[in-house]
Write a protein that binds this ligand. Structure first.
Ligand SMILES: NC(=O)c1ccc[n+]([C@@H]2O[C@H](COP(=O)([O-])OP(=O)(O)OC[C@H]3O[C@@H](n4cnc5c(N)ncnc54)[C@H](O)[C@@H]3O)[C@@H](O)[C@H]2O)c1
Length: 262
């Protein structure tokens, strides 16, 4: 089943907003950045992949800048947030998208790998919220969108570090939503299922995924655009009364046990 086109794309739903999207050099982050600009936002794209990130920002023109940024570094967060203020005068939206995935069962996960995954996927977003709170608060209509995963609301196999990091991010989202509501900042999490990006191509061949996706209520792999549609909504003022929420975009993967009788 092909994804249905969204007739509202490009209708200025983020006009006047400044956003920071981490991990924006490729995959879903790139899609969010492109869509945000199409909706009227100005966007700071950040990533550790400089060449790819610079190229995406160049294609987006004056509405975008790329900044080298390692989300595990507190100093790097300070620099990228300052850059948003210098380039575009403030910050309204933070999309904590950068993430890494490592395939190991819990008993086979090297402890250093477990720490590394938590550092990028959980400590990174924490540092981001920490660094951006002042500017987001000044906006008066701040929005943080944390990109978790179905692995942040259910368990998934051979991804122990990833699952732990994404459940942590689900918790961080709720805690931050409570603490920052009075500062005019909403904080929500997005939980994609399998989405076609470089991440899904790493380590496991496409054929291995196919029977799984065929069993889903919406029988296909997700696209980055499927997720961008949701991220735009949460970033926009349409979601003004939405905070601390978990939004699943997974074709039905997390509904329950899909294997029975199939
Ligand atoms: N692809 C999927 O099926 C899927 C499903 C659920 C959730 N997610 C989540 O969506 C987000 C985007 O994933 P994607 O599929 O686009 O993956 P991707 O690998 O294509 O993109 C992730 C980006 O994050 C960047 N990154 C990694 N470590 C970084 C660091 N320390 N500092 C800054 N940037 C860093 C990478 O360079 C890359 O550009 C991730 O948080 C991922 O966990 C992905």
């Amino acid at each position: 089943m092909p994804p249905s086109p969204d007739p509202s794309i490009g209708s200025g739903r983020l006009a006047g907003k400044v956003a920071l999207v981490t991990g924006a050099a490729r995959g879903m982050g790139e899609s969010h950045a492109r869509r945000f600009v199409a909706e009227g936002a100005r966007v700071v794209l950040s990533d550790v992949l400089d060449d790819l990130g610079e190229a995406v920002a160049a294609q987006l023109g004056d509405a975008a800048v790329f900044v080298h940024h390692d989300v595990t570094s507190e100093r790097s967060w300070g620099e990228v947030v300052s850059r948003a203020e210098q380039a575009f005068g403030g910050l309204d939206v933070l999309v904590n998208n950068a993430g890494i995935l490592r395939y190991h069962a819990v008993h086979e996960t090297p402890p250093d790998e477990f720490r590394q995954v938590l550092d990028v996927n959980l400590v990174g977003p924490f540092l981001g919220i920490h660094a951006a709170t002042e500017l987001l608060s000044r906006s008066g209509r701040g929005s943080v969108v944390n990109i978790s995963s179905v692995s942040g609301i259910i368990g998934t196999p051979i991804t122990a570090a990833y699952v732990s990091s994404k459940w942590g991010l689900t918790g961080l989202t709720r805690a931050a939503a409570i603490d920052l509501g009075s500062r005019g900042i909403r904080v929500n999490s997005v939980h994609p299922g399998g989405v076609n990006t470089p991440m899904t191509g790493e380590g496991i061949p496409d054929e291995a995924f196919e029977p799984f996706y065929r069993r889903l209520p919406i029988s296909r792999l997700g696209t980055p655009q499927d997720v961008s549609n949701l991220v735009v909504f949460l970033a926009s003022d349409e979601a003004a009364y939405v905070t601390g929420a978990q939004y699943v975009v997974d074709g039905g993967q997390s509904i329950g046990d899909l294997s029975l009788f199939s």
